[in-house]
Design a protein around this ligand. Structure first.
Ligand SMILES: C[S@@+](CC[C@H](N)C(=O)[O-])C[C@H]1O[C@@H](n2cnc3c(N)ncnc32)[C@H](O)[C@@H]1O
Length: 312
């Protein structure tokens, strides 16, 4: 089976200052690395772990059973998008929690399973859905979105400087025959990028595949919405730990944490209205990065950034 080696395991959970009797959220269960470590940190804990991927939830059933039967902790797995945090928790009469961890992006089992279509290294149907019941997939985007939409996602989400050439060739090729597999798309991208540029940097399809994955799963909007809700629901003194793997996600976390931890009112205002008071305290001014030892044995850790904030 496909394994997932958890990135920044202890730093992300230690930053939550887990205390006995507390309620905690793992927004991205994956293969449960952070959840398991969290559960080992206290007694009488209530942990609600989200993942939008059915296979991730399935993989955690045994852990939930063992936790609930053999320990004084409680673990509930919730198959849902973390942007629906509030609805899902309210259905369970949970109105507030003491800490939340996000470990964003895809898990190794998703990326390394050729069938999921996330990787340009394997030939597969163009899928890339984290939630396999979702209608929109990468094949639909590649074969139906118009030139402007394709250019926009390749450029914004992939920072691909040949976005226009790639989008133009996709449109031309798909008129002859639908582009349904990862390798067909890789070929089109290679053809669209001028030969000298193709030989530089990483794999020529890397940026477009990242852009497509973000678009299929609406990753940035989901993160922004979820963080706003999490900040509202977090109890005073509670902590948020967020691990990101690319700069667009990291920017969202950094800006939101900064905005919520500053007062933005004119200097001469005698009293700061309560709704303009800062509601977060920045714990990490600079992100925490994986140690050299972690980088040595886990290549996924390379782009990881951990940011932590505390509710005031
Ligand atoms: C990097 S993995 C998490 C790994 C986990 N921390 C571990 O130690 O095993 C990210 C997981 O988050 C899930 N995910 C990503 N975006 C999500 C969202 N908006 N809602 C719920 N789950 C999401 C993915 O399906 C994936 O399983």
């Amino acid at each position: 089976m496909f394994r997932h080696e958890t990135v920044l395991l202890a730093p992300a959970i230690d930053a939550l200052h887990v205390h006995n009797g507390g309620t905690y959220i793992d927004a991205t269960f994956g293969r449960g690395g952070h959840t398991q470590y969290l559960l080992s940190q206290g007694h009488d804990l209530h942990v609600y772990a989200f993942d939008r991927d059915q296979t991730a939830i399935q993989s955690g059933k045994q852990l939930a059973l063992q936790t609930n039967q053999q320990t004084d902790n409680y673990l509930e797995l919730i198959q849902a998008n973390f942007e629906d945090l509030q609805e899902q928790l309210l259905q369970r009469q949970v109105t507030t929690f003491d800490g939340i961890i996000y470990d964003l992006g895809v898990s190794s089992p998703q990326f390394d399973d050729p069938k999921r279509g996330f990787s340009y290294r394997y030939n597969a149907r163009l899928d890339m859905r984290m939630d396999q019941s979702q209608a929109l997939d990468a094949e639909y985007i590649i074969n139906h979105w118009d030139y402007g939409q394709l250019v926009q996602i390749f450029f914004q989400y992939g920072d691909e400087k040949f976005s226009k050439r790639i989008a133009r060739l996709i449109i031309e090729k798909r008129q002859q025959m639908p582009i349904t597999t990862t390798f067909q798309l890789v070929e089109v991208i290679k053809q669209a990028i001028p030969a000298p540029a193709r030989r530089q940097g990483g794999h020529p399809a890397k940026k477009v595949f990242q852009a497509l994955r973000i678009a299929v799963n609406d990753e940035l909007q989901a993160l922004e919405r979820s963080l706003q809700i999490a900040i509202k629901m977090l109890s005073p003194q509670g902590y948020l730990s967020v691990i990101t793997f690319q700069s667009l996600e990291d920017r969202i976390v950094k800006q939101l944490f900064r905005q919520k931890s500053q007062v933005n009112v004119p200097r001469d205002l005698p009293v700061i209205p309560p709704d303009l008071q800062p509601i977060l305290r920045l714990i990490t001014r600079k992100p925490i990065l994986p140690s050299a030892a972690e980088l040595d044995h886990n290549h996924r850790a390379h782009s990881a950034h951990l940011r932590v904030a505390q509710k005031l």
